[in-house]
Design a binder for this molecule. Structure first.
Ligand SMILES: Nc1nc2c(ncn2[C@@H]2O[C@H](COP(=O)(O)OP(=O)(O)O)[C@@H](O)[C@H]2O)c(=O)[nH]1
Ligand SMILES: [Mg+2]
Length: 419
């Protein structure tokens, strides 16, 4: 399948007429989407009774209404206020899956800062040069480096671009963003197994997910968001308050637990995190939970301390469940740029990191860091944080990510392609 076709299928899916209008990328619809994604805490305050009502409503809906339910954000403008609230609440129905299109829009919104700084420069470049030549390549190379894509990845990309341009005898810069996107996805996906899915145990067995990372990167927040995601898939989730070091950390996790509807196993501040894990595994097993997500403290003042603490936590967990933890997810803050790579290196040395959660991608203009992480660490980025709302944690997807980088340019180029 051609890259064009893949991108169109995945990003646009089977759009309704309204969706087609939205994806043409005109200014007005782009604004609308941003307003939608900035919807305040409504999602978080939805109570259980409302959810039940909505579930019934969904069941009763005739099937031809399903498109409306799946894309509540599109029809919002025409709806009176009460219905509008209902539409937002409908997003909370656990069984309802967001459409492929709406997930793509999250990537687009989350990568807005990067797009504004990086892609607008690419657009300038394309407009200024018109012809693909060595000077064009050199300037493009600089732009990619500035977006934190990382030296090796940039070099690899430039080689691929030069080759492709020669092979296809491409003379002008029209369509170049699609070729750049295609090559970026190719680089991201090459060679390594696709391990984006969480390593979930079979039904009836407990899956243990351990979160690690320095203070403030977004571990606790991500745990809350992930718990909600898993719960919406029908799983029972228990949380372990393993950050006993930072003041307020236990309460913060408890708030998330209450919000999402998960039990939180905790001890007092300052207690031994390994003891919390022990309690939590026992409790999760007793409750026949599907997933236990463990928070940890992010002290990194001393590698030996960190190693000792994580080793002890690991030991306690694997004594209770031999092949656990099934995932060790390292949270990295995208806004810290190259520093995130240094942290990752340290954690990689002290524990067996199985995946990365890159938080705050919405907060950086240097979203190219995703590619640098892949290239330098060879650990899959499993999730990205695209905002502070509950459903702003999304499984990483190279095509959607690249679309987020070049949205407007790609929309135009895809429209102009015959495929
Ligand atoms: N904009 C944005 N903020 C985030 C994201 N993930 C986490 N945060 C914020 O980062 C701050 C620190 O998060 P916290 O979970 O307490 O970090 P921890 O110390 O690693 O547990 C909080 O204010 C979060 O709301 C994200 O994806 N986007
Ligand atoms: Mg925390």
């Amino acid at each position: 399948m051609s890259f064009f076709k893949r991108l169109k299928d995945k990003l646009i899916g089977n759009p309704t007429e309204e969706e087609k209008v939205e994806t043409t990328g005109d200014e007005q619809s782009a604004d609308l989407q941003l307003e939608d994604t900035a919807e305040p805490a409504l999602l978080e305050t939805t109570n259980v009774e409302v959810k039940v009502e909505v579930e019934e409503k969904v069941e009763e809906s005739p099937s031809e209404d399903i498109t409306v339910i799946e894309t509540p954000d599109i029809a919002e403008e025409e709806k009176p206020e009460e219905v509008l609230e209902m539409a937002v609440v409908e997003q909370e129905v656990p069984e309802k899956k967001p459409s492929a299109w709406s997930i793509t829009q999250k990537f687009k919104a989350g990568l807005e800062k990067t797009r504004n700084s990086f892609t607008s420069k690419v657009n300038d470049l394309v407009a200024r040069y018109r012809k693909v030549d060595e000077d064009f390549f050199e300037e493009l190379e600089d732009l990619l480096l500035q977006a934190d894509v990382g030296f090796e990845t940039v070099m690899e990309l430039m080689d691929k671009l030069r080759y492709e341009v020669q092979r296809k005898n491409i003379k002008d810069t029209n369509g170049i963003q699609t070729i750049i996107s295609e090559k970026l996805v190719e680089i991201y996906e090459q060679g390594e197994e696709d391990l984006i899915d969480l390593n979930m145990q079979p039904n009836g067995e407990l899956t243990v997910i351990l979160f690690v990372g320095v203070n403030g990167v977004g571990k606790t927040t991500t745990i809350g968001k992930l718990a909600r995601r898993l719960k919406s898939e029908g799983k029972t989730v228990v949380l372990a308050a393993g950050d006993t070091f930072r003041a307020g950390a236990i309460d913060q996790l408890q708030v998330w637990g209450d919000r999402v509807g998960c039990e939180v196993i905790k001890q007092s501040e300052g207690s031994d995190p390994a003891a919390v894990m022990y309690d939590a595994i026992r409790a999760a097993k007793n409750r026949k939970a599907d997933v236990l997500i463990c928070d940890t403290a992010g002290r990194l003042q001393n590698k030996v301390n960190l190693m000792n603490e994580l080793e002890k936590v690991h030991r306690v967990i694997s004594r209770e469940i031999p092949n656990a933890p099934h995932e060790v997810l390292l949270a990295l803050d995208a806004t810290t740029g190259q520093n995130a790579l240094v942290q990752a290196q340290t954690f990689k040395e002290v524990t067996n990191v199985t995946g990365i959660v890159l938080t705050k991608l919405d907060g950086t203009a240097k979203g190219g860091i995703v590619l640098a992480i892949r290239n330098k660490l060879h650990i899959p980025v499993k999730f990205v944080g695209l905002g502070e709302k509950m459903d702003d944690l999304q499984p990483f997807d190279a095509e959607r990510y690249v679309y987020g980088l070049f949205a407007e340019g790609l929309d135009k180029e895809l429209q102009n392609s015959e495929d």
